[in-house]
Design a protein around this ligand. Structure first.
Ligand code: LLP
Length: 426
């Protein structure tokens, strides 16, 4: 009997008969139908990753709150909600996305260091599950808004566990010098103080130590610190929120822990402790399920370097520039066996030297007109896109159940200009 594959191991895209496919649909077909640059997501890969989280937590009360910031497309949120997912939001806008997608506000946690009064009011009116509070000032404001609305605000405190996790400095968050969370002593004091506010209910404790973390160890260390803090609290909170942060293998040959390898030690540590676990996965749920499709426009040599100019720019996917991120790039047509790979800079049309997807990347020869897939673009891809150089943002397509559907149309120049007004000079 062949062993059943673990659910998270479903590859979203694979070569078949020499071409790259999303399920039964060739990516070239999608590029012709919807144009490029184009984001394509494969639902089955998201559902499998979600299933892997669920499976690894069997027997432990929990709620998965997908991080909306990683990819907020309504069609994806709607499908996640149908699986039972809750959502981690960081703004009033993300709350509106969740509601528009039919997500249950009772399964929403609100994270972030800078919540405004208006955002709190909206979240209170919606009846969200939990505010993850990150400062004393925020707790005071939340108490005032809750009293004014005569609505109970359940809150958790985000603690900064002062744990270093090996990741890019821009996406590391769990050290004392970062802006995130409360120091231990401050958290304990604040928990005590909260008892004096009648519309506040102390219900949770949380941490999030960073993103794209490939070593499970720091999560365990952070959990241990949090559990020590819990012992000092006047009452035991029901919700224990371990944030997101589990990384993926972006590079060839890189290894990321399985979802089970990440969660099993944490689940064991928490067995019988009486917490309901909250998780806020973003990248691991969504990144491998998405590609950015782009067509090669030109090849050229400059100063001894070889450039491949493509029709997507860093305004469409900024991760390589912003975080020195590596994204695999595959030709949609599988290169012939024996095709010689040569180092090339894959760059976009935007007028910036920083507009690149890869430098000195060994790629087989790619001719103008050929289609390329930039992998692992399902998280922190579209959401970070901009209109720099007056470039309309790409369309998004979802492949689910063997069908491809447009889940966001390509922007037009009119979309871009709509908000602007010309003023007559006197
Ligand atoms: N919860 C909180 C409080 C967060 O700040 C984040 C991500 C998450 C959950 C989800 O983390 P994940 O599971 O995706 O690692 N733009 C960067 C990543 C920024 C992450 C910010 N916070 C990138 O493209 O790498």
């Amino acid at each position: 009997m062949p062993q059943k594959k673990k659910p998270e191991e479903i590859p979203a895209f694979a070569y078949r008969r020499g071409s790259l496919y999303a399920g039964p649909i060739a990516l070239e077909t999608l590029a012709r139908r919807f144009g490029t640059p184009l984001y394509v997501y494969r639902w089955e890969a998201i559902a499998a990753a979600y299933g892997a989280y669920e499976a690894a937590l069997a027997g432990q009360p929990h709620l998965i709150c997908a991080a909306v910031k990683a990819n907020g497309n309504l069609a994806l949120l709607q499908r996640l909600a149908r699986l039972g997912s809750g959502f981690d939001i960081v703004s009033g806008g993300e709350l509106q996305r969740v509601r528009r997608a039919g997500g249950d506000p009772g399964k929403v946690v609100f994270s972030g260091v800078g919540k405004t009064a208006a955002e709190m009011d909206a979240a209170l009116a919606a009846g969200i599950l939990l505010f993850n509070v990150e400062s004393e000032g925020e707790l005071e404001l939340l108490a005032a808004r809750a009293a004014a609305a005569r609505r109970r605000a359940r809150f958790g405190l985000r603690v900064n566990p002062n744990i270093a996790a090996a990741t890019h400095p821009h996406i590391s968050t769990g050290l004392r010098r970062h802006k995130f969370g409360l120091e231990t002593a401050a958290a304990v004091a604040l928990y005590r103080r909260a008892a004096g506010f009648s519309w506040l209910e102390a219900a949770g404790i949380s941490f999030h130590i960073g993103s794209q973390i490939l070593d499970p160890e720091p999560f365990g260390a952070a959990l241990d610190r949090i559990l020590k803090i819990v012992d000092k609290l006047p009452a035991r909170p029901r919700w224990l929120d371990i944030g997101g942060g589990l990384g993926i293998a972006y590079r060839e040959g890189e290894r990321a822990p399985s979802i089970a390898a990440y969660l099993t030690p944490l689940r064991r540590r928490l067995a019988g402790a009486g917490f309901t676990l909250l998780l806020e996965p973003g990248r691991r749920l969504l990144a491998p399920a998405g590609v950015l499709l782009t067509r090669a426009l030109y090849r050229k040599r400059n100063g001894g370097r070889e450039f491949l100019i493509v029709d997507a720019g860093h305004n469409d996917l900024i991760r390589p520039v912003l975080y020195d991120a590596y994204h695999r790039i595959l030709p949609a047509r599988r290169p012939k066996p024996g095709a010689r790979a040569r180092p090339v800079d894959v760059v976009g049309p935007v007028c910036e030297t920083a507009d690149f997807f890869a430098r000195d990347r060994r790629l087989p020869p790619v001719a103008p007109g050929e289609l390329l897939a930039i992998l692992d673009a399902g998280a922190y891809g579209y959401v970070l896109a901009s209109n720099y150089n007056a470039r309309p943002r790409p369309a998004e397509v979802l492949v689910a159940g063997g069908r491809a559907r447009l889940i966001r149309r390509r922007e037009t120049i009119d979309d871009l200009l709509r908000l602007e007004r010309q003023v007559r000079s006197a």
